[in-house]
Structure formats: structure tokens, C-alpha cells
Ligand binder design. Structure first.
Ligand code: NAP
Length: 340
């Protein structure tokens, strides 16, 4: 079987595809033949050596994948050979086959495609965690989201619609205006418009209820300023530290330098909340499993439906990642590992 490997920190030229013996499931494990693996912005940051919680190099990235069970280790009876499943790989999903703990494998209904299954966990799981679990979003509330056309951004727009949000302000690159508007969001050109001003104008000067910021640096303070009293800010990424496909120490420094220090007295007197969110470091697995169960229900009721930007054969993994580096994706990018 083949798998993608990051041998060391670097640009896309460092990515390797290695061939090795098929893995054999150990006791308690399931072996899955992968058909689709999700590509996340975090995978690009890991490749650059910018992601604190990734394994030591060399390693195979890939948080999420969907495929078919082809082997069972001793004691596994939760799934059987031939079942279509979602594999919560943690790492290692960019692979033709993967063996993992049976508890990290969830059967998927026939009505759910491999594309949909591989596109949901990270993006929708994160959006659901912020808006529903932490934020308890309710009808009529207003939301600001950045990278609105991307994986998490499109998930946020659908979850907001499902929960009856009255306004979603979405920032993105200028070329994505029509796409963002087609999702029902108020588009803001991330380079030319001031999103703080737009949020204020659109809410009669009060600000939004929820601001979702994966950018960091001084951008985070502006997201905080877009909030109304009682509003909630979710901080969950560091895209400001990424400039192009190679690591940029200057961008990292700028981001850290610009990070706001929130004043607890200011938070208290405005009843605002600031949440830090890292889905890979949740203490309690059952929280995420609960989100997945809720999302599966929403998918089957037609309340969510992942927007797939593109599916790339895994040999083109570098091009797929460049597509995201170049800010071209509209929705989720997937890798195709299905057997030929
Ligand atoms: N903490 C967590 O648990 C967690 C989980 C999931 C995702 N995240 C974070 O959420 C963000 C979105 O993730 P995603 O996987 O859904 O990615 P994505 O939004 O599908 O793709 C990346 C998009 O981000 C924008 N962008 C901003 N800065 C960029 C840069 N320096 N280089 C390239 N693109 C840049 C681009 O859109 P525009 O130019 O149109 O803005 C690009 O299309 C990322 O920062 C990611 O790390 C965090």
C-alpha cells in the first residue's frame, strides 16, 4: 500500500509517497481501505512545522477519512468486513489503508457518500462545537466568520441557517464574493473592507453575537471589537502565521506580536466571552462523538450538506495543498485513495 509522508518540515517539495507492506490489524483494531481523506488547513501548517500538536517528523498527516473495512483485529465486533465507515484517524489518514482503534471507526449509512463522510468531522465538528456546544446559538442571532468560503466557513454558514441565525457576515478573498453570497452570507472583502464597521452597520451599531476567528494576531482584536455586549469570540487557528507554502518566521513573529491580551475586567463589564478551541486536544472524546451523532442526524434530515470544492487523486497531494495555499478553495478539498 501507499501513503503520504512528511519527512521533515518544509514546502510542498518535501512531500513523499512511500510504498510499504499492507498493515495488519492488532487486537482491538480495524483495518480500513481508504476511499477519501479530508485535507485541512492544519495539514499545511503541520508540513511547515507550524503545528504544535503534530507528531515528530516523519509522519503521515490526515485527521479524517472514509472507506471500507477490510480487516478486523481480535475482539472487534462493532463492525464487519465490507462495512462503509468513517475513520477518525487523528493522524495517518493520507493513506491507502489504515489500522486504527475500533472505537475510532463509525459506520456510515448507505445514503452518505464517502465524500460527505470525509468532509464532515473536522470542519463541521469544529463549527458545531463553537456555535452549538459552547455558543448555544439561537434563532435570530448574528455571526461573523472569517475564511467564509472554506471548509469551516461553509460549515458555519449551514449550521447558522439550521439554527435560525438572522445574519452571517463572512470575510473572504474578493474572487469568492458570489460564492459567499450564494451561501446566504453578507460578503466582506477581507483586504478592502473593514469587517468591524460592516458588523456594526448591519446590527444597528450593537455588534454580532458570535465572532469566529481562525486568523489570530491583531485580527483577533478586531473580531472582538465586532461583538456586541454579551457576545462570544472563538479563537481556533493561526492562519496569520502562514504566508505561502514555506514557513515565514516574519509572519509568525508578526502574529505573536499582534495577539491581544484580554482584560478580565473588560470581559466582565461587557459580559463578553473568549473561547479557545482546539478539537484535536479535547479532553473528553465523548463530546466530539456527540457532535458527530448530531451532525449525522442533520445530514440525513438535509439540514447540512458539505460543499466539496474538489477531489484530487492522492498522487496530486502537493497540487491539492497548493490549491489551498493559493486561497482558491470554495468548500472542502479531499484526496482520493480509492483502489483502482
Ligand atoms: N482549532 C481547531 O480545532 C480547528 C479545526 C478546524 C480548522 N481550524 C482552523 O480554521 C481555519 C480554516 O480551516 P479549513 O481547513 O476550513 O481551511 P479552509 O478555510 O478550507 O482553507 C483555507 C482558506 O483560508 C484562507 N486563508 C487565510 N489565510 C491564509 C493563508 N495564509 N494561506 C492560505 N489561505 C489562507 C483562504 O481563504 P480566503 O482568502 O478566502 O479567506 C483559504 O482558502 C484554519 O486556520 C484552520 O487551522 C481549526
Amino acid at each position: 500500500m501507499k501513503r503520504v509522508v512528511y519527512p521533515r518540515a518544509g514546502g510542498i517539495e518535501t512531500i513523499q509517497i512511500v510504498e510499504e507492506q499492507d498493515p495488519v490489524p492488532k487486537s482491538g483494531q480495524v483495518c480500513v481501505s481508504i476511499h477519501r481523506a479530508g485535507v485541512n488547513f492544519a495539514d499545511l501548517m503541520m508540513r511547515q512545522g507550524l503545528y504544535g500538536s503534530s507528531p515528530d517528523f516523519p509522519f503521515t498527516p490526515g485527521y479524517e477519512a472514509a472507506g471500507v473495512v477490510i480487516g478486523l483485529g481480535e475482539g472487534v465486533d462493532s463492525v464487519k468486513k465490507g462495512d462503509r465507515v468513517l475513520a477518525m484517524t487523528g493522524f495517518g489518514g493520507y493513506s491507502e489503508m489504515v489500522c486504527l482503534d475500533a472505537r475510532r471507526v463509525v459506520p456510515i449509512p448507505d445514503s452518505v457518500s464517502f465524500d460527505q463522510a470525509a468532509a464532515i468531522p473536522v470542519t463541521y465538528g469544529t463549527a458545531f462545537h463553537m456555535l452549538v456546544h459552547l455558543g448555544m446559538i439561537s434563532e435570530g442571532e448574528t455571526v461573523l466568520v472569517h475564511h467564509a468560503a472554506g471548509g469551516v466557513g461553509t460549515a458555519v454558514s449551514q449550521i447558522c441557517e439550521a439554527f435560525g441565525a438572522s445574519l452571517v457576515v463572512g470575510t473572504a478573498s474578493a474572487s469568492k464574493k458570489d460564492f459567499v453570497e450564494s451561501l446566504g452570507m453578507r460578503f466582506v472583502d477581507r483586504e478592502k473592507e473593514d469587517f468591524v464597521k460592516v458588523c456594526n452597520e448591519m446590527t444597528g451599531g450593537r455588534g454580532v453575537h458570535h465572532a469566529i476567528d481562525p486568523v489570530g494576531g491583531s485580527h483577533l482584536l478586531r473580531s472582538y471589537k465586532s461583538l456586541r455586549k454579551g457576545g462570544k469570540l472563538y479563537y481556533f487557528g493561526a492562519s496569520a502565521a502562514v504566508k505561502g507554502q514555506k514557513r515565514s518566521r516574519l509572519s509568525e513573529l508578526r502574529m505573536w506580536w499582534g495577539m491581544p491580551r484580554f482584560d478580565p475586567l473588560g470581559l466582565m463589564s461587557s459580559n463578553k466571552a473568549v473561547f479557545g478551541v482546539h478539537m484535536g486536544l479535547l479532553e473528553d472524546d465523548s463530546i466530539f462523538k456527540g457532535h458527530l451523532a448530531s451532525l449525522s442526524g442533520m445530514l440525513q434530515e438535509g439540514k447540512i450538506d458539505p460543499v466539496i470544492d474538489s477531489v484530487w487523486r492522492f498522487e496530486k497531494v502537493a497540487e491539492a495543498q497548493m490549491h489551498i495555499h493559493n486561497r482558491k478553495n470554495r468548500g472542502k478539498v479531499l484526496l482520493d485513495f480509492s483502489p483502482k
